[in-house]
Design a protein around this ligand. Structure first.
Ligand code: ACM
Length: 714
């Protein structure tokens, strides 16, 4: 989502691959733990055997004369070198026999079941054999073998792999992540690494969100203004407006785009990692950036003049003229030439119909087409695009709004507003991918700590993701084949940096991987958690940023000392309407504060404050741009009227009604776009523990005052 209100919406787990020094003391201990290996996602079948295979400096990787095998072997060798410092030589074999004591990669049509992603591994003291019928399976065999060779305890480059037999294949064919490169842009190098990290989790679909209101990121040769103009915006807020680019004398622009050459490189890299990229070109809404570049595609006489920096749902839609369909088809021609996968995503989401409803031109066209209403017009729009894609041998996929107004004949549905979209789609004979808010929306925070990066306020912890079951319970047995799999979405409105993309994605993506790959009867949260430290060690070896929140003890703010500073994350928002963990817009360079705030009601409760010894209060405040397109919901925001021009922060005892016990004038903070610590104010002597309510008075929403922290003073 982008924008719905919160209301809608040791028994030591022994590694199969241990450094010699950390081997279990007894065979018995090893056997006891042996049914499991530190592999994520958990393989379908694991049988422990006797003995170990010792990987040493001279150990070779033997591959057949087949470039597809070379890629997997090279990847395994690179990973091992990067994370264990072990360098292994790859040698091609001419016949069937591999050198003694080698790691053998081979193709075998009988290796495992019918899935091209399946593989088998047999480790004995003599040899390791990785076999698969297809290059995809061989790659995943390589990944699993690397995991067998990497554990948290592993520091030495002597690697003993415990004898084991693994036979593995996935539950679902669509195991995806969506990355939003429109709201915030990530470098091509980062996209390549993201693909690598996906492959290490056996995730195989990267849904790449390339266009939206706030940016068009894909070079289209026929329409250069899409990226010359549409890829650049002035970020929201006073700090960005004051950040003047000396080259232009105007506010510095934020943005970037992917050239077609760059995309070809990314697509080729993805293919090597068994990742199919599904590009998304959003229509008929989320189109502001395109309309700024080519205003004639829009509905109104006054299309947006600059690429906007507000988050949320804009009313800007494409018009339904023939010229606009020609434009979209031209764009899709170039997209199809770049991305060879079967699916193209055309969005379809959150297209509010206000502009279509009030446009005489659109209404006339609607009548001409004999369409009853604007929903039917959207159905026509998507249906037309679907026919175009079908005629070029491709499949259309869209968010579940494409079900409204009549779904196009062969469209696939991505169910995001819960799971009903998938149930309806499957019931009507359409394929579906499960990607529901909030569980699979990785812009939601993972934890509640003050160091958690910005995101949506709702917490979607790792265990919630792990507990998600993609097969809807009510679905008929004969419709189950329509459920292709699942996908988590990394929307980046609040994820400004690449490091934070990593943090918000991992290890939740590891949970998605296990849900998508491993049979439900083998899914086990306790086992997953025991395997995680090893996964985290791998992440560190690869330089991947990730959240370790699952291992943080849950903090209870009421247990804090009476005089400890409480950041907004440790306060309670008075309501839970649209809670965000928002990053300050200032300073432009350097560390910015993060405020937990309900933007529909900026009001906080300091729960159970021990006021017995407190004589004063100190508070730090910031200001954030109100850059949210929330339509009519904006009218529901009630601000308390200020008593002074700059407004005040009012503090009340026990609840948010009644007379304030303290009033902090905001005048000292008005000129500072970043955080200001206000002068301490005295509070009346009060016995015992009480809730304190903090609420700003202000006349206008933009900028919005935000509480950074509160401290009682003795
Ligand atoms: C969506 O989150 N608008 C698909």
């Amino acid at each position: 989502m982008r924008w719905v209100l919160a209301c809608i919406g040791a028994t030591v787990f022994l590694s199969a691959c241990l450094p010699a020094s950390a081997r279990p003391k007894s065979e018995h201990a090893a056997r006891r733990a042996s049914a499991a290996v530190d592999v994520i996602p958990a393989p379908a079948m694991v049988e422990s055997r006797d003995g170990v295979f010792a990987i040493r400096a001279g150990t070779r990787i033997s591959i057949p004369r087949d470039p597809r095998a070379a890629g997997s072997a090279r990847y395994f060798a690179e990973l091992l070198q990067q994370t264990r410092g072990t360098r292994l030589e790859i040698v091609e074999r001419s016949g069937a026999t591999a050198p003694e004591h080698s790691i053998v990669f081979r193709f075998d049509p009988q290796a495992v079941g019918s899935s091209p992603e399946g593989y088998a591994i047999e480790v004995s003291s003599r040899q390791i054999v990785v076999s698969a019928a297809d290059a995809r399976g061989l790659l995943y065999g390589a990944v699993t073998l690397w995991q067998l060779c990497t554990s948290e305890a592993a520091h030495s480059d002597l690697i003993d792999v415990r004898a084991v037999k693994i036979s593995d294949s996935p539950r679902f064919g669509w195991r995806g992540l969506m990355l939003d490169s429109a709201r915030h842009y990530q470098s091509p190098e980062f996209i390549m690494r993201f693909i690598d990290w996906m492959a290490l989790h056996k995730l195989n679909v990267l849904h790449w969100h390339l266009t939206d209101d706030q940016g068009w990121r894909l070079e289209i040769k026929k329409y250069p203004r899409l990226t010359e103009v549409g890829a650049w915006r002035v970020p929201a807020g006073a700090a960005a407006a004051a950040d003047i680019d000396p080259g232009t004398g105007r506010p510095r622009l934020y943005g970037g785009f992917y050239s077609q050459d760059t995309v070809r490189g990314i697509v080729a890299h993805a293919a090597e990692r068994n990742v199919t990229i599904v590009p998304e070109i959003d229509m008929p809404g989320h189109a502001s950036a395109a309309l700024v570049a080519y205003p004639e595609l829009g509905v109104t006489e006054h299309p947006p003049a600059a690429v906007p920096a507000d988050w949320g749902v804009y009313s800007n839609l494409y018009n339904v003229e023939e010229g606009t369909f020609n434009f979209l088809q031209d764009v899709l021609d170039e997209v199809m030439a770049l991305f060879p996968g079967k699916y193209l995503h055309v969005g379809g989401d959150e297209a509010v119909k206000d502009q279509w409803k009030t446009s005489p031109g659109v209404q006339a066209r609607m009548r001409q087409l004999g369409l009853a209403d604007e929903q039917a017009l959207q159905g026509y729009f998507i249906g037309r695009i679907e026919k175009y894609l079908e005629a070029h041998g491709r499949r259309l996929i869209g968010w579940d709004e494409i079900l409204e107004g009549g779904i196009a004949q062969d469209a696939t549905v991505m169910s995001w507003r819960g799971i009903d979209g998938a149930v309806t789609a499957a019931g009507a004979g359409h394929d579906a991918v499960l990607s529901p808010w909030p569980t699979l929306y990785f812009d939601n925070r993972q934890g509640t700590g003050p160091t958690e990066p910005p995101g949506r306020g709702r917490v979607v912890a790792l265990q919630e993701v792990y507990g998600f079951e993609p097969m809807p319970a009510g679905i008929a047995a004969n419709q189950r084949q329509h459920i292709l799999g699942l996908q988590a979405n990394v929307w980046t409105e609040h994820i400004r940096t690449e490091e934070r993309v990593g943090y918000m994605t991992f290890p939740r993506a590891a949970a998605v991987a296990e849900v998508g790959w491993t049979a439900p009867e083998r899914r086990d949260w306790d086992s997953f958690v025991r395997r995680l430290p090893h996964e985290f060690a791998r992440y560190r070896g690869l330089g991947l940023s990730y959240s370790a929140d699952v291992f943080q003890p849950a903090a209870d703010p009421r247990q804090l000392g009476a005089f400890e500073r409480r950041p907004s994350q440790e306060l309670k928002t008075c309501t839970d309407k649209l809670v965000l963990s928002l990053e300050d817009d200032a300073p432009i360079g350097g560390k910015r504060a993060i405020f937990l705030i309900d933007i529909m009601n900026p009001c906080w409760i300091f729960q159970s404050a021990d006021l017995s010894q407190a004589s004063a209060l100190q508070v730090a405040v910031g200001q954030v741009p109100f850059n949210f397109q929330i339509g009519k919901d904006r009218e529901a925001i009630k601000l308390a009227a200020p008593h002074t021009p700059a407004g005040e922060l009012e503090v009340r005892l026990d609840n948010c009604e009644g007379q304030p016990i303290a009033v902090l004038p905001l005048a000292p903070a008005v000129a500072n776009a970043a955080v200001t610590t206000l002068p301490a104010v005295r509070i009346p002597r009060t016995r015992g523990r009480h809730d304190l309510c903090f609420r700003f008075t202000q006349r206008t929403l933009d900028p919005l005052w935000a509480l950074d922290w509160v401290q009682l003073v003795e």
